[in-house]
Design a binder for this molecule. Structure first.
Ligand code: M6R
Length: 360
């Protein structure tokens, strides 16, 4: 049921405040400010983590890499499953393979899981669908609890994956004694308020997405740029736009622009940037100045009072790093949604795609 929404995708985007709440329910001890993931407590903290996934789930893994490294000091590689499975990946004792899959049925991700198991490396599966192949075959299964996702374009699933991955990072950091009090207070304080903040902001985000989608509806191509956690979000923004509106879009690490892609910039090739008030801001800003110097239009997701001069400043409320990502994500999703809807595309069933890719 679409519950009055025009499309499942829209409904699922608007479910995200509830999804975050459900992901946290029973998994956070608010008193002690601790993440509680009993699924993981029986296994040692990984010495090295190999995250393997496809599509949007891969982007969630790329996002989480930053948190696992900086909070829990775990070396992390993130791999596309169809590549991982055909490489001679070196897996050592103490390594853990973390497969991420909404459906739990993606053929390449399942194959990667089986390779890891054959080599005797423990596999943690992060899945949404209960009893799916990946959920059944993983040594440890952690559920995202996002509820059924009907739209082919994955939205709330990524939000739920990010929420659980964030808790994993906190839990592993805590077990290694690496979580300091300031970070603990900031993150758990922010997490507690996150569902309400999202709920309050989503209608405003949608309005701005609609306005910009109309203004840019004739664009043939887009760059999506970001740094740090903004880079996987940029890749996700580009993936969503391609997938449902069929507008060509490329997600790039902003620092890579001058190594070739900036040659494409002209007044008809807009750039969508993630330029939040975090440690990456100054660098992203300077990359955007380079785009503007080539007469490129810039839309930037940013925060109030950010020192940024671009054609469209899309201001999101201040929110602690990295929880701000949970506001960026629906902004990107809604921009794609509104673009596709305005262009009359079949939002929930884009051409050439299936919800779960069970053949390689
Ligand atoms: O079910 P999975 O998370 O394993 O699916 C992975 C991708 O096929 C999936 O995320 C795909 O990229 C989506 N259609 C993106 O919106």
């Amino acid at each position: 049921r679409k519950d009055g929404y025009k499309h499942f995708m829209l409904k699922e985007i608007f479910e995200q405040p509830r999804v975050v709440k459900d992901c946290l329910a029973g998994r956070v001890d608010w008193q002690k400010q601790e993440a509680v993931l009993p699924e993981l407590s029986a296994m040692p903290v990984p010495k090295r983590l190999h995250i393997v996934a496809c599509g949007t789930s891969f982007n969630a893994g790329m996002w989480a890499q930053h948190l696992f490294e900086s909070w829990a000091h775990i070396p992390v590689s993130v791999e596309i499953a169809s590549e991982f499975r055909y490489r001679d990946v070196i897996l050592n004792e103490g390594d853990v393979v973390l497969v991420i899959s909404q459906s739990g049925e993606t053929a390449d991700t399942l194959a990667a899981l089986r390779i890891a198991k054959e080599q005797g490396v423990p596999v943690v599966g992060l899945c949404n669908v209960i009893g799916s192949s990946i959920a059944r075959e993983s040594d440890v299964t952690v559920y995202t609890q996002a509820g059924p996702e009907i739209s082919v374009a994955s939205t709330k699933a990524m939000c739920s994956q990010m929420a659980v991955l964030l808790l994993m990072g906190l839990a592993w950091a805590d077990r290694k004694g690496l979580l300091d009090d300031v970070l603990r207070r900031e993150i758990f304080g922010g997490l507690r308020k996150l569902p309400d903040l999202l709920e309050a902001e989503l209608p405003r985000i949608r309005e701005e997405a609609k306005r910009l989608a109309r203004e840019y509806s004739t664009a043939q191509s887009f760059f999506f740029l970001g740094r740090g956690v903004g880079y996987p979000l940029a890749m996700e923004g580009a993936l969503k736009l391609k997938e449902i509106s069929y507008i060509h879009a490329e997600g790039y690490a902003a620092g890579e622009m001058k190594h070739g892609p900036i040659a494409l910039i002209d007044p008809k090739f807009p750039t969508f940037a993630i330029a939040l008030n975090d440690k990456f801001f100054a660098k992203v800003k300077s990359n955007l100045e380079e785009v503007q110097a080539r007469a490129g239009d810039v839309i930037a997701l940013t925060n109030p009072n950010s020192d940024l001069s671009v054609k469209h400043k899309w201001v999101l409320p201040d929110c602690v790093y990295p929880l701000s990502s949970f506001l960026v994500l629906p902004a990107l999703q809604l921009f794609s949604y509104e673009s596709a809807d305005y262009l009359g595309k079949d939002v929930d069933q884009p051409r050439n795609l299936a919800k779960s890719v069970t053949v390689e």
